[in-house]
Design a protein around this ligand. Sequence first.
Ligand SMILES: Cc1cc2nc3c(=O)[nH]c(=O)nc-3n(C[C@H](O)[C@H](O)[C@H](O)COP(=O)(O)OP(=O)(O)OC[C@H]3O[C@@H](n4cnc5c(N)ncnc54)[C@H](O)[C@@H]3O)c2cc1C
Length: 387
Amino acid sequence: MNIDLNENHEELRRRVREITAKYPDEYWQDLDENRKYPSEFVDELSRSGLLSVLIPKEYGGEGRSLTEATVVMEEIQANGCNGGVCHAQMYIMGTLLKHGNEEQKQRFLPKIASGELRLQVFGVTEKHTGSDTTKLRTFAKKVDGGYLVNGHKFYIGRGQYSDLMLLLARTTPIDEVEKKVDGLSTFLVDMRKEKGKSLDIRPIRTMMNHSLTEIYINDLFIPDENLVGELGRGFRYILDGMNAERLLIASECVGDAKWFINRSVEWANQRELFERPIGQNQGIQFPIARAYASMLAAEMMVKKGCAVFEAGGNCGEEANTSLLLASEASWEAANVAMQTYGGRGFDANFAIERKFRETRLYQVAPISKNLILAYLSEHVLGLPRSY
Ligand SMILES: Cc1cc2nc3c(=O)[nH]c(=O)nc-3n(C[C@H](O)[C@H](O)[C@H](O)COP(=O)(O)OP(=O)(O)OC[C@H]3O[C@@H](n4cnc5c(N)ncnc54)[C@H](O)[C@@H]3O)c2cc1C
């Protein structure tokens, strides 16, 4: 395993900044106020190839490493934009790349790489079963030539702004499998012709602008050729992709923390009260410095996690720790920025309160902090399983 601490991937960061510079605070504030999706931003990112850096070159992507993908996500956040509107493409892709067959890769990857197809929906969570994923009820019944799916997916991001969905559904009832992780399968669903028919997608309003939806699935037909990997092993594929997902989202949190810290420093140096900048007071500068230290620790853990992943090792410990530390670091930095800005922290004319709302998510989704701690307790420390 090799971690190059001097490699900052400046060329990749510059490409991201060239795009993020066109989408300033006002753009995001307007969308936030009107609960609109940033289509222009996502289209431009897709066309630039930055959302498909993980797709191998032979399928039209850039064939880059997970480290480089985390750099893209971090830089988007560090410049005040919100990668949460399109990050799913990066981590959903892993299942297709690793477990999809050659025909599926040829059929989907070049179009995803060019931006012609949007792979933004990850249909896992359900209302009644929440974190207890293996109990999910959406069922795909085998029929002639494919599967007929019925069920309901809850808290699904970007349901209205994607062409494809990676769906996790039961294909064998839970009481007929030896292990509850078995009998679940992953499918690539072409949503385009199904919206308003077998897919009834309804928006859910959240405290931040996230394009969250619930999806009612009524007699959705999925052809055999859209089953990804082996029947019944889908949950294992999802688990398999979770380390990359955790590292990518942790890097977004690191980016958020950097953004909050930079804005705090800027404001603390600029705002003068009692004949000096407020940043001259230790009560203002120490919390910023502490948030910076938390961000650095999280950033280091993301780098280590990516290095273990790229060396082919099991990075469960590092990936989970990264997301825990990074989501706490971004939240700490968000609170510090609120305090540093005083009343302006709450003022929607400044971007702090919007980012504050956005970054809070990552302690709950894609996985809540408790389940990360449960993983570390059981799988790393050898404590009894608690759930
Ligand atoms: C904005 C947003 C976007 C999302 N996007 C997607 C998406 O695109 N696709 C998708 O599939 N899902 C998505 N989700 C769902 C998300 O993954 C879940 O909300 C999350 O996993 C928690 O599930 P839940 O909300 O049902 O909470 P619950 O499972 O009901 O849990 C509630 C609380 O109880 C805690 N808890 C539960 N069991 C235990 C235990 N054994 N020990 C300790 N604590 C426990 C949890 O940690 C949590 O804090 C999204 C959610 C949000 C809010």
